[in-house]
Design a protein around this ligand. Structure first.
Ligand SMILES: Cc1cc2nc3c(=O)[nH]c(=O)nc-3n(C[C@H](O)[C@H](O)[C@H](O)COP(=O)(O)OP(=O)(O)OC[C@H]3O[C@@H](n4cnc5c(N)ncnc54)[C@H](O)[C@@H]3O)c2cc1C
Length: 444
């Protein structure tokens, strides 16, 4: 089976790495990132990259920056984050993939089509490398980021935002290295301060703020900067801004049509959140992990297609909705400017997708789950307090245990149930207690 991966960010590269390690033939078609961007990476994201097999990821990201936040006006210095320049990071990741034999074509994809028995990729201009243009692929992974063309209508979109970034230098080295998060009346800022005194400042505002068009972005950036307190104190008054201001628009979006029997979207092309969450790269990497069993199932167990598609679609919706709800809570917690459009839009953001289905009572439901690298349907215990469903407690399959308890005669000991399940008695006892405590064994 040969798989074509579009894009060259963390979603494309992690997908390609996992697919290659799973034994697929993979080729990547991705134009390198254009816009300058510095981003924060969590330890979880780094662990995901390492688990995917990206050797040297830890050395590349280096030591964490300490994170200072002045949300709600409260100064908090806490756990750090790794800081990466995205163009360098993506390039380094792509280099690693090449070193293990994944072909990567640095090329702008114009369109993909499924004319006869496989995906064909067409390129912008006359840039197709010899022998590539007529290649056919069995499966397509679209990880072209938030600019990927739509497959179907979006299912949900959040408020449009704009990020404006400018590097600075004040020439004065500092002890350690920091990031600063600071809200102000029309948005918030995230600054990176390296130990050599250089860094970058990013401000996030609503697109509505840029009334006079994008040509005034530089002026607007400086006006916003003057509203910051702690960040400027920490950076020091002698800082000099670089002449290059870069900007990128964004809109949290849950895409429609994210998976079909022979294609899947991963990363921002599947769903993208608000930069406030700081989870974008994590979602790209974890999305690649979630896509692998789905792809295995679609390619090798076509009778399970429906479950695989449901699994991936439900997952995307669940994560996107929970991130949007959490984001609204965080924005609402900064109540100093909730009369301002930026804060009002984000604090009171809601959607009909926020309404969760309510279950009349706890019960067992057949749901698609991951098992041995494929998507299969199994019974899980679901209730309003456990809406995602729980399958195992301490290695004990709750459905099997509940079924056994039902057919067992009163007076049977936990030992006999454990021996039926070939599991240790304390584990079975703990799972039994969990079923009782969560109201899954009402009739017993
Ligand atoms: C302002 C802002 C700040 C952010 N800050 C953070 C942060 O601090 N931490 C964090 O984890 N996340 C952050 N994010 C989110 C993060 O950037 C994304 O979630 C993440 O990069 C998604 O990875 P991806 O691989 O899906 O897409 P991308 O990283 O966008 O990669 C898509 C790739 O596809 C390529 N491509 C696009 N179109 C084509 C085409 N037609 N042909 C070929 N190639 C193409 C692009 O050049 C690009 O390299 C931020 C996002 C924004 C907007």
């Amino acid at each position: 089976m040969n798989i074509c991966v579009l894009g060259s960010g963390p979603a494309a590269l992690t997908s390609a790495l996992l697919l290659k390690n799973a034994g697929y033939y993979v080729e990547v078609f991705g134009a390198p990132r254009q816009v300058f961007a510095v981003e924060g990476m969590s330890t979880r994201t780094l662990n995901g990259l390492i688990n995917a097999g990206f050797k040297g990821a830890g050395n590349f990201v280096g030591a964490r920056h300490r994170r200072v936040s002045v949300w709600q006006g409260k100064y908090v210095e806490a756990n750090g984050e790794f800081v990466i320049q995205r163009r360098n990071f993506d390039r380094h990741y792509a280099k690693f993939l090449r070193s293990i034999g994944v072909p990567i074509h640095e090329i702008d994809v114009n369109e993909v089509a499924l004319p006869d028995g496989g995906w064909g990729v067409r390129f912008k201009g006359n840039s197709a490398p010899v022998g590539i243009a007529c290649r056919r692929f069995d499966f397509l992974v679209d990880a072209r980021g938030s600019g990927a063309p739509k497959s179907l209508n979006n299912l949900m979109t959040g408020p449009l935002g704009l990020s404006i970034t400018c590097p600075f230098n004040n020439g004065a080295p500092i002890d350690g290295q920091y990031t600063y998060v600071e809200p102000f009346k029309d948005g918030w800022a995230w600054a990176v301060h390296h130990s050599d005194g250089s860094g970058s400042i990013q401000i996030i505002v609503d697109c509505e703020n840029i009334k006079d068009g994008i040509k005034d972005v530089g002026v607007f950036f400086k006006q916003s900067l003057s509203q910051l307190g702690v960040t400027l104190d920490r950076i020091g008054c002698d800082y000099v801004l670089d002449s290059s201001v870069s900007y990128r628009g964004f809109c949290p979006t849950l895409r429609g049509g994210i998976v079909t029997q022979n294609s899947i979207r991963v990363g921002d092309s599947c769903y993208s959140g608000d930069p406030m969450s700081g989870h974008g790269m994590f979602e790209a990497v974890s999305g690649a992990f979630a896509a692998l069993p789905v792809i295995n199932t679609l390619l090798f167990r076509p009778d399970q297609n429906r479950s695989a598609i449901q699994f991936y679609s439900d997952r995307a919706k669940r994560i996107f909705v929970s991130r949007m709800k959490k984001g609204a809570e965080i924005y609402a917690s900064e109540a100093r400017w909730n009369d301002r459009p930026f804060w009002r839009k984000r604090s009171f953001f809601t959607s009909k997708l926020f309404v969760e289905d309510s279950l009349p009572q706890p019960g067992f439901f057949r749901e698609p789950v991951v098992e041995n690298g494929y998507i299969v349907e199994r019974y899980v215990a679901r209730s309003n307090t456990h809406p995602r469903g729980v399958r195992f407690i301490g290695g004990v399959d709750l459905y099997k245990l509940a079924k056994l308890i039902k057919v067992m005669k009163p007076g049977y000991s936990m030992d006999s149930i454990a021996s039926e399940l070939s599991l240790p008695t304390p584990s079975v006892g703990a799972a039994y207690q969990w079923l009782i405590a969560n109201d899954f064994l009402r009739s017993h």
